[in-house]
Design a protein. Structure first.
Length: 457
C-alpha cells in the first residue's frame, strides 16, 4: 500500500493527446492540479510562466524529446521533479534517465496504482531533498559561527598576550596598552580616569558624561555603560572605552580581564616614571654642578625645563608629552659633562676646534642616556636641540618638520634663556629684546609657528 501524497502541481506532456488527457484526468482525480500539453516546446514555455512541482513527459516526441525537455525545464526550475513515460522501457533507458535526474519512470500502458506509486516516490524524494538541504544549511551555519567565534577567541587571546608582553617590556606600558585596546575594540577613544582626571588616553573623542560614568564605575565597583561608552572599574579609577556601536556580552567580559592588565600597566608606568625621575634627578644634579662652576650658566637647565613646561601647557600638549619635554629639557645639556671645563667656561672667543668640541655635546648627551630604555623617548630631544629650521643646525642638519617637535620647542626656550641671562661679554637682554631676536630668527633658526606661540605665552 502506497502512502497518500499531498497535492502537487503537475504538467503532463505527450504528443499523443489521448494519453496526456487521460493521465491529467487521473491525476486530478487523485487530488492534484494537473494540466497537459502535446508539444515539448509549449511545455517549456509553460515552465517559464508558471511554477510546477512535477513534470511527467513522454520520452519520444517529434519536436523536443523528453530528456531534452527535462534538462531545459530543470534549468528554469531547478527544483522540478520529473517522471518519464515510455512504451519502450528498457533497463538502459531507465538507468540513463535516473542518472540524469529523473525520479522514476512509468511504462506504458499504466494504471492508477502505478501512477500512485510513482507519485509517492516523487514526494519521498522531494521530502528527502528538503531535509538534506535544511541539514546542510544548519550545518554550514554552525560551521560559520564556530569559525567566527574561534577567530574572535584567537583575536582575544592575541590581545591578552600582546598586553602582557608590552606591560612587561614597554617604556610607556600604559599608553601602549591603551593603543592596543583601542585598536582591538575599534574604539574612537580609550582613556584611564582617576578622580575625574584623564591620566592617559588613546584616540580622540572627549565624550560628554564619561567623567561621571568613570566615577560611577569606580564607586560601585562594576561596569557601567551609556550610549557610546563603557567604563570598567580599576583599583583607583576606571578604564573607559568609547565607540559608536554596541558592545557584545563577550566583549564586555573580555574588558574585565583587560582592565586588570591595565591596572598592572598603570603600576609599571608609575614604577618606570619613578625610575625616570630618580635618574633624571641624578643627572640634573650633575648638570647643575657643572653649570654652577660658571656664573653665567648657573641654573640654566632648570630654568629651561620650567619654561619648557609652561610653553608646553600653553601649546596644549598632553600631560605625557609635557613630562617628556621636561625630562628632555633637564637633560638637554647633559653632554656638557663630557666637554673639558676650560673650553666650556672659556671667557674669550672659541677657536674653530673648540667650537667643534662644544658642538659634540648633543651627541654625547644622547650617549649618556642611551643605555636607559625608559629614557628612550627623550633621546631625540637631547640629540636635536641644536638643529635649525633651515637645516643649518647640528648634529644632523634636519630641516623643518624633520626636527622632533619637542626638540624644536626646546631650542626656542633654550635660546630665550641664554639671551636674557648675563654673558661674560654683555648683561642679560631685556625680555622684549630677546623676543625680538627670536622673531628675527623665525623661519630660519626656528619654526615660525612655534615662535608666534612663544610670543603669545
Ligand atoms: Fe645645548
Amino acid at each position: 500500500m502506497v502512502a497518500p501524497v499531498e497535492s502537487v502541481r503537475v504538467l503532463v506532456v505527450d504528443d499523443e493527446e489521448s494519453i496526456a488527457q487521460l493521465l491529467a484526468g487521473i491525476l486530478r482525480n487523485e487530488g492534484h492540479s494537473a494540466e497537459y500539453v502535446t508539444d515539448g516546446r509549449i511545455a517549456l514555455n509553460r515552465v517559464r510562466d508558471q511554477r510546477f512541482d512535477l513534470l511527467v513527459t513522454d520520452l519520444r516526441m517529434p519536436e523536443l524529446d523528453g530528456m531534452s525537455l527535462i534538462e531545459q525545464a530543470k534549468e528554469i526550475q531547478p527544483d522540478l521533479d520529473a517522471l518519464i513515460m515510455t512504451a519502450f522501457a528498457s533497463t538502459e533507458t531507465a538507468v540513463d534517465a535516473l542518472r540524469r535526474g529523473v525520479t522514476d519512470y512509468l511504462s506504458k500502458p499504466f494504471g492508477v496504482s502505478e501512477i500512485r506509486e510513482a507519485l509517492s516516490k516523487v514526494m519521498e524524494s522531494r521530502a528527502q531533498r528538503l531535509t538534506e538541504r535544511q541539514q546542510v544549511e544548519a550545518l554550514s551555519a554552525r560551521v560559520e559561527s564556530t569559525e567566527e567565534s574561534l577567530e574572535q577567541k584567537l583575536a582575544d587571546l592575541t590581545l591578552l598576550h600582546d598586553l602582557a608582553r608590552l606591560i612587561a617590556g614597554s617604556t610607556s606600558p600604559l599608553h601602549d596598552a591603551l593603543g592596543l585596546i583601542g585598536r582591538h575594540y575599534v574604539a574612537d577613544c580609550v582613556a584611564v580616569l582617576e578622580d575625574g582626571r584623564v591620566i592617559d588616553h588613546y584616540g580622540e573623542g572627549g565624550h560628554r558624561g564619561i567623567r561621571d560614568l568613570a566615577t560611577r564605575a569606580r564607586d560601585q565597583r562594576c561596569t557601567q555603560s551609556m550610549p557610546g561608552a563603557v567604563a570598567v572599574p580599576l583599583a583607583a579609577g576606571a578604564l573607559v572605552v568609547m565607540r559608536s556601536f554596541e558592545f557584545s556580552t563577550e566583549e564586555l567580559h573580555l574588558l574585565g580581564t583587560v582592565a586588570r592588565d591595565v591596572g598592572v600597566a598603570i603600576e609599571n608606568d608609575r614604577l618606570r616614571s619613578g625610575q625616570r625621575r630618580a635618574y633624571v634627578g641624578i643627572v640634573a644634579t650633575l648638570i647643575e654642578a657643572i653649570e654652577a662652576k660658571d656664573r653665567f650658566n648657573r641654573g640654566h637647565s632648570r630654568r629651561v625645563a620650567d619654561l619648557a613646561v609652561r610653553f608646553g601647557c600653553h601649546l596644549g600638549l598632553p600631560e605625557r608629552e609635557r613630562e617628556l619635554l621636561e625630562t628632555g629639557a633637564k637633560l638637554h645639556d647633559s653632554g656638557k659633562i663630557g666637554i673639558p671645563e676650560e673650553i666650556l667656561n672659556k671667557k674669550g672667543k672659541l677657536t674653530d676646534e673648540e667650537y667643534e668640541v662644544i658642538k659634540s655635546h648633543p651627541v654625547i648627551g644622547e650617549q649618556i642616556i642611551l643605555p636607559l630604555e625608559f629614557l628612550a623617548e627623550a633621546r631625540p630631544i637631547v640629540r636635536h636641540h641644536h638643529e635649525r629650521y633651515d637645516g643649518a643646525g647640528y648634529p644632523d642638519g634636519l630641516v623643518g618638520d624633520e626636527i622632533p617637535r619637542a626638540a624644536a620647542i626646546l631650542s626656542i626656550v633654550d635660546a630665550y634663556d641664554a639671551l636674557v641671562s648675563d654673558r661674560p661679554y654683555r648683561d642679560g637682554l631685556p625680555p622684549a629684546r630677546a623676543l625680538q631676536i627670536l622673531d628675527e630668527g623665525a623661519g630660519t633658526q626656528w619654526d615660525p609657528d612655534l615662535i608666534r606661540e612663544f610670543r603669545a605665552l
